[in-house]
Write a protein that binds this ligand. Sequence first.
Ligand code: HAM
Length: 410
Amino acid sequence: MIKAQRGTKDILGDEILIWQKIENSAKEVFQNACFNRIQTPIFEATELFNRGVGDSTDIVNKEMYTFCVGGINKDETSITLRPENTAGVVRSYIEHNIQRQSPPQKFWYFGPMFRYERPQAGRQRQFHQVGVEMFGVADAAADAEVIMTAVELLKSLGLNDLEVELNSLGCKNCKDDYKTSIKKVLEPYLEELCDDCKMRFEKNPLRILDCKNENCQKIFEKEEVKKVIFGDYVCEECKDHFDKLTSYLDNLNIKYSKNKLLVRGLDYYNRTVFEIKSNLLGSQSAVCGGGRYDGLVEMLGGQPTPAIGFAMGVERLASLMEKIEPQKIDYYIVSNNTIEAMKLAQKLRRNGKTADYCTQNKKFTKQLEKASKVANKALILGEDEINQGFYSVKDLNTSEQNKVFDFEML
Ligand code: HAM
């Protein structure tokens, strides 16, 4: 038997009801906040992620589904299944010259992403993200708008007790100072760091702070290292930006905590980064991750454009949500005349009702049994009903039965 690939999952049965709720709530919350839906391709040029996500990240180094298409005598093109959607949305933003329109430009998306990770609870190889990207506003109001939108979506899904964690990575200048100080203080311990951190030391020292390795954690606990990690390194402008954001959030009554160790796993961030976590999710506790990426549009060939966004993992959201009971349909048509039942179902469905009927010519009693399982009402269409032009409607909750002569009264 051929089975689903490791790290992938079929979504069906009761679970699909939860997924539909997530997608419908996202649509409502994002549309109310004036984000427009965007759908970008599932594969892109590999170069987009190498440059966009960053070639020092685990995503680009270890986790991309990359392959070459073309073949003998054709141009070989390296393409990659998208591991995330920010780079794709930025590519689309530049390609369609959306920056000509007056800012802000706000987009939302929902779709599959692919990362070749070691599968475990909450971590898959094909997973789904629902997220937003907002372009054109440098002020911290955009950061607050995006975080508020994330919190509203979580609230609309009934997920209230989640922790918002915030940090500022600073701008290019202060970030570089911070990186230099971290390298300096960690240099004497370089040999003791794990292999990943040794590589990060050269390519992206901030990512070292995210390491969960026990040995590395012990090094971070040393007084002189702690002093640098938790030191005040962001410049005045970045500090003002962060203070403005926290004051907006205070006014919106959005609770948060500051986490200096929050650095995120993608290279494009500057200033605000944030995650929303649940302590019910074990080690993969983040349901949402996001931040500001003011340099990315320019880096990918567009005009300098400030931007910020987030993405939530749909599987992780779904695992936190309560089971949804399937709803009964409006009518189950009980009839031995398949053509008449079919025509009536067509008419009811066109009228916005949920309706079904028997396509297998089963006995009347079997059809009634089915009706009582799946529907609120049975619509009986026997010979009398067809000849005399009425419908017998049985309320399956009360067992009351009525004759209805006018279709509009159904
Ligand atoms: P990310 O933190 O890599 O950020 O992913 C966002 C969320 O996707 C995570 O918090 C998690 O819920 C979910 N997720 C990530 N990887 C997996 C996985 N292997 N299995 C299940 N769920 C997963 C980004 O992707 C950025 N593009 C977010 C962003 C948008 N930043 C700015 N705009």
